[in-house]
Design a binder for this molecule. Structure first.
Ligand SMILES: NC(=O)c1ccc[n+]([C@@H]2O[C@H](COP(=O)([O-])OP(=O)(O)OC[C@H]3O[C@@H](n4cnc5c(N)ncnc54)[C@H](O)[C@@H]3O)[C@@H](O)[C@H]2O)c1
Length: 256
């Protein structure tokens, strides 16, 4: 049997790179996909593993491109595709009173939610043939709590959580488990500017903010997320299905 193949979307970003690295380390062949070809090239050089890491330009919002990428992936890495990590995402900030908020919300929902639908439809078919698979959806705590200035983002992630639970029902009988994780705040490209802006706006030291809202006293890292994704990808039991796992340092319960 050839190596199992994991497809990671948005692989050239903060979480995507850490998830790809972690899956390579435990023995997967990784199809690292992203819409940004230059960032994918840098990722390939940074991670190494030329034999087991292949990069594919794939915009998750383009269903034809996703179909084509699936053909290319199986041609270059083989048919043993058992893991999909729906990680590609954008944040977008728009208050509902702003004129741009509706156009922005379409864009955010297209990438974060429709993108995951496009990928799950195509890659779950390959897993169904194997009667085995693990699909891991990267949602957010915003999808549970909502987010001021990030309604579209929160709605897209809440939608992803409910899609995840629905796919878990549909695909569970085929031995394909579907789970979602809900990360808290990690300073990747996506969030660094907002965390920094917030600290400046509040005129407080960032470490004071983090200590006041995250019980473990630090922001998350891509490695925190990759650790849990790798556990979900490698978990042999299909009884771990339809779970939504917060990875937020305990932020949900707050501090007293
Ligand atoms: N950073 C956080 O604190 C945090 C918290 C909760 C959830 N998340 C989620 O984690 C995921 C990864 O975020 P990150 O922090 O690594 O962000 P990031 O900006 O570092 O990476 C996102 C990646 O997705 C890619 N991408 C964007 N649109 C795409 C598209 N249409 N098709 C294919 N690729 C596309 C980008 O090119 C980029 O490489 C996102 O879904 C995000 O919503 C992040």
């Amino acid at each position: 049997m050839s190596r199992q193949i994991a497809v990671v979307t948005g692989a050239a970003g903060g979480f995507g790179a850490a998830i790809s690295k972690s899956l390579l380390e435990v023995g997967y062949a990784v199809a690292a996909t992203d819409r940004d070809p230059a960032a994918l090239e840098r990722l390939g050089q940074y991670l190494g593993y030329p034999e087991h890491l292949k990069t594919f330009v794939m915009d998750v919002t383009d269903a034809d491109q996703v179909e084509q990428a699936a053909l290319d992936i199986t041609e270059r890495l083989g048919p043993n595709l058992t893991v999909l990590v729906n990680n590609a995402g954008i944040i977008g900030r728009g208050f509902c009173l702003s004129e741009k908020s509706v156009a922005l919300s379409r864009q955010v929902i297209d990438v974060n939610l429709t993108g995951a639908f496009n990928c799950t439809a195509v890659f779950s078919r390959l897993m169904a043939r194997l009667k085995y698979g693990r699909i891991i959806n990267i949602a957010s705590v915003a999808g549970i709590w909502g987010s001021a200035g990030g309604a579209a983002y929160a709605a897209s992630k809440a939608g992803l959580i409910k899609a995840s639970e629905s796919w878990a029902r549909e695909l569970g009988p085929l031995n394909i488990s579907v789970t979602a994780i809900a990360p808290g705040i990690c300073k990747t490209n996506m969030l660094t500017q907002f965390v920094d802006q917030e600290a400046v706006a509040m005129s407080v030291d960032e470490t004071k903010i983090v200590k006041s809202i995250v019980p473990v006293g630090r922001w998350g890292t891509p490695e925190d997320i990759a650790e849990v994704v790798t556990f979900l990808a490698t978990c042999k039991s299909n009884y771990l299905n339809a779970a939504v796992i917060p990875i937020d340092g305990g932020m949900r319960v707050g501090t007293l």
